[in-house]
Design a protein around this ligand. Sequence first.
Ligand SMILES: Nc1nc2c(ncn2[C@@H]2O[C@H](COP(=O)(O)OP(=O)(O)OP(=O)(O)O)[C@@H](O)[C@H]2O)c(=O)[nH]1
Ligand SMILES: [Mg+2]
Length: 267
Amino acid sequence: MIKSRGSAELEASFTMIPPQPPGSLILIDWYRSADSKEYFNRIKNKKQRRRFGLLEAPVLPPHLSVDTVRYKVFISGKSGVGKTALAARLSGLDIPNMHYETTGIESTVVFWPVKLRDNGQVLFFRLQLWDCGENALRRFDHLLPSCKEQVDAILFLFSFTDRASFEDLSNQIARSSEPSDSVVKLIVGTKFDLFMHADVTDQDVRKFQEVWGLPVFRMGADVVGAFGEVAPLLNALAESLWHQDCMMVGAARPSPATGGPGPRPGV
Ligand SMILES: Nc1nc2c(ncn2[C@@H]2O[C@H](COP(=O)(O)OP(=O)(O)OP(=O)(O)O)[C@@H](O)[C@H]2O)c(=O)[nH]1
Ligand SMILES: [Mg+2]
């Protein structure tokens, strides 16, 4: 059970956030359908994912012209938990076999196309991932404020093979966010494939979800299909961010004319 000073109060505040049923705003299986292919081909290079620099974007022919919405996503978690590996996974890069401590902030751009349920509009989500080495974060005071500045979502990581990282989640959440802020928060459990060494049980995860009301995603398990491993997390991230934006502009649902709050300025 995760506990820390003042955590009961913190838990209560977070559980007040209404849960977002998956698939209520976007089509979560769209990436598997034939009509999504044209869009997903734009983020691929042959069979591999295409790498995008900070100023690059998928090139679309005029008949596929879609809006791009931009967000900043901070990846938080203990050293060695798998933050850099997750950033690599989400962007389709090779995962480092060894643990090389990240010595500062590394930024990775991920594009993810999504189809809105209400009006069938396609949007490209541009997610700028901020991965900061935990030891660097502790050593240099200016790094955490930079990561938190104008952040739209935070992925809080723990490792299934490291119970301390799971028990540290409440501290991570308290350190990086406020109960009343409008930042999307998702939990990611890494190293789910190393089940022989698991130190966190399904029951622990269920209990955490009940108490905190935050979704938990598992990374590392075998999956079928090119995007199978990352699609659930990227879809959930995109949907939660879209929902958050819709709430901020005072619309419960995206308007058919604009498809929602509309493109945001660069992050
Ligand atoms: N088997 C397995 N190994 C993983 C997984 N995720 C990360 N790893 C390994 O865990 C080690 C540490 O991962 P990193 O991503 O470098 O850790 P980090 O959180 O970025 O650590 P810092 O930069 O020090 O804060 C690496 O050897 C990864 O290959 C996973 O899902 N499964
Ligand atoms: Mg790292």
